[in-house]
Design a binder for this molecule. Structure first.
Ligand code: MF3
Ligand code: CO
Length: 276
């Protein structure tokens, strides 16, 4: 690498630690969202709780004011895939909800999303959400120095395709992250392995597969934010921010840094060095 400058923002170990602080705020808020979301609760109520937690943590929102976005969470319900604005509608039994949240600490961003089933889970939705989450982890496991960017994309696609006949969004994907929430590179959630830039220590990526029970086609509503499936099929969305380090992938927005997942698969990770 001598003399070669990366196109991407390369973080020092100290900067990755600041991103870890932001990532833990995100992990705390999403854990709370999981607890609070249920039948009768509105997504505006969830947004209010997330705002209070941000203030208590002394952190800023990555989302509020981003191109005019009016909330701190995205709360995408049923056929809404991503970027839906919180509202007064009460969640109902059988709904499937993605909550996406980003926090800034000392100028460094963390970004993650979870999918929650409201009330009684529906097997079809559970299978979709599990496949999407597992594909995210397969992608995170490829966030290793020396791999190529599309190795992540490919790992995600393989897991989703082998799990069922799901739609994989093509207009949206993961992204670099650091001093800004959205940075280069873009990370498609599908593709052949072995292409794109080589991953190097100090890169940080938000890996976020989105999958549907039907079509991969989506459109944006008149509010200019909400992305819905064109066929009305329901969707799942999972996301984590990961740092590529000399010691392996470190999932900055997971409380355990990914230790449990990586250890079970023999993947070295700095997460193993930190007590949870
Ligand atoms: N985490 C989301 C993503 O990466 C960003 C939400 S867009 C915002 O797509 F405007 F709400 F910030
Ligand atoms: Co993101």
């Amino acid at each position: 690498m001598l003399g070669r400058k990366s196109k991407f923002e390369i973080k020092s170990p100290e900067q990755i630690l600041l991103m870890r602080t932001a990532g833990l705020v995100v992990a705390d808020v999403l854990a709370r969202m999981q607890l609070e979301a249920g039948p009768g609760v509105t997504t505006l109520q969830l947004d209010k709780i997330a705002r209070e937690m941000l203030t208590a943590a002394g952190a800023q929102s990555s989302f509020l004011g981003y191109f005019g976005y009016p909330a701190v969470i995205c709360s995408s319900l049923n056929d809404e895939v991503v970027h839906s604005i919180p509202n007064e509608i009460a969640l109902k039994d059988g709904d499937i909800l993605s909550v996406d949240f980003g926090a800034i600490v000392d100028g460094w961003n963390g970004d993650a999303a979870i999918t929650i089933e409201i009330g009684t889970p529906r097997p079809e939705q559970t299978a979709l959400s599990n496949a999407t989450r597992e594909s995210m982890w397969a992608g995170l496991a490829m966030a290793v120095a020396g791999n190529r960017l599309s190795d992540i994309s490919h790992a995600i696609e393989v897991v989703i395709r082998s799990a069922g006949n799901y739609g994989i969004l093509e207009e949206y994907g993961g992204h670099g992250i650091g001093t800004k929430m959205h940075m280069d590179p873009l990370i498609p959630n599908y593709g052949e392995p072995g292409h794109g830039p080589e991953l190097i220590p100090g890169m940080a990526l938000a890996i976020e597969p989105m999958a549907t029970l039907g079509s991969k086609h989506v459109r944006t509503l008149d509010d200019q934010w909400t992305v819905v499936t064109t066929d009305g099929s329901r969707a799942a969305h999972w996301e984590h921010t990961v740092a590529i380090t000399t010691d392996g992938p470190w999932v900055l927005t997971a409380h355990d840094g990914g230790a449990q997942y990586f250890a079970a698969r023999g993947i070295p990770s700095p997460a193993a060095n930190f007590a949870v």
